[in-house]
Design a protein around this ligand. Structure first.
Ligand SMILES: Cc1cc2nc3c(=O)[nH]c(=O)nc-3n(C[C@H](O)[C@H](O)[C@H](O)COP(=O)(O)O)c2cc1C
Length: 195
């Protein structure tokens, strides 16, 4: 039996790094579909497909900045003027965000909540990898009022039914993407051979 191993996709995975500073163009509709198809292939106990995404693009990115900043301020959250300025400066260039939530589905008591969140995290990881493979920069952020209930609500994710898990920003890297040094995996791995 011949086994053919294609290393190119693994090389691509190994070169992924998060890229925060991005600009237009965003992924096209076809590319965005591929990124979302990748999310749909995340491991998922019980086929609950707990991930939910809200696409925010174009002018809506600026509206999200206004909404989240005013909600943070209204609810007494800490936001210095320097932080607000830097968030606005960052988002002024970002052409697309994907807001991420995990649906709780209270009717299902079999799959623990942590497994639903892990599945949603895995879906996001698939999106980050797909975006990278398509040549885009992507970055998962839990800023922008992720933990302010009113922000999640305004995005359509009622905190009674969803855990809001932040945003993935997507676009074309502004600066050349340099390889990122990673720690030696051996430090994170043991071999178990029995008791
Ligand atoms: C759930 C989650 C939330 C994150 N939130 C933030 C954030 O709010 N701000 C930030 O600077 N990095 C955040 N990060 C880290 C970046 O997305 C990114 O992983 C980090 O900069 C390291 O880059 P790398 O992905 O290339 O290793 C978050 C990562 C995860 C997994």
């Amino acid at each position: 039996m011949s086994v053919s191993v294609s290393v190119a996709p693994v090389d691509s995975l190994l070169s992924r790094r998060s890229v925060k500073l991005v600009q237009a163009p965003a992924p096209s509709d076809d590319e965005l579909s591929l990124i979302l198809e990748a999310a749909m292939r995340a491991p998922d106990h019980g086929r609950l497909r707990p991930w939910r995404f809200a696409i925010i693009r174009g002018d809506a990115v600026g509206k999200l900045a206004d909404m989240s900043i005013s909600r943070i301020k209204e609810t007494g959250g800490e936001l210095t003027s320097t932080k607000e300025e830097s968030v606005r400066r960052w988002l002024a260039n970002v052409p697309m965000l994907i807001a991420v939530a995990c649906r709780l589905d209270h009717a299902n008591t079999k799959i623990p909540e942590r497994e639903r969140m892990l599945a949603t995290g895995a879906a996001v990881t698939n999106m980050l990898n797909a975006a990278h493979m398509l040549g885009y920069g992507a970055f998962w952020s839990t800023g922008l009022g992720t933990y302010v209930e009113e922000v999640a609500e305004d995005l359509g994710f009622d905190p009674l039914d969803y855990i809001f898990m932040g945003y993935v920003s997507l676009g074309t890297p502004i600066n050349p993407v340099q390889p990122m040094e990673r720690p030696d995996f051996h430090e994170y791995v043991t071999e178990w051979s029995g008791v």
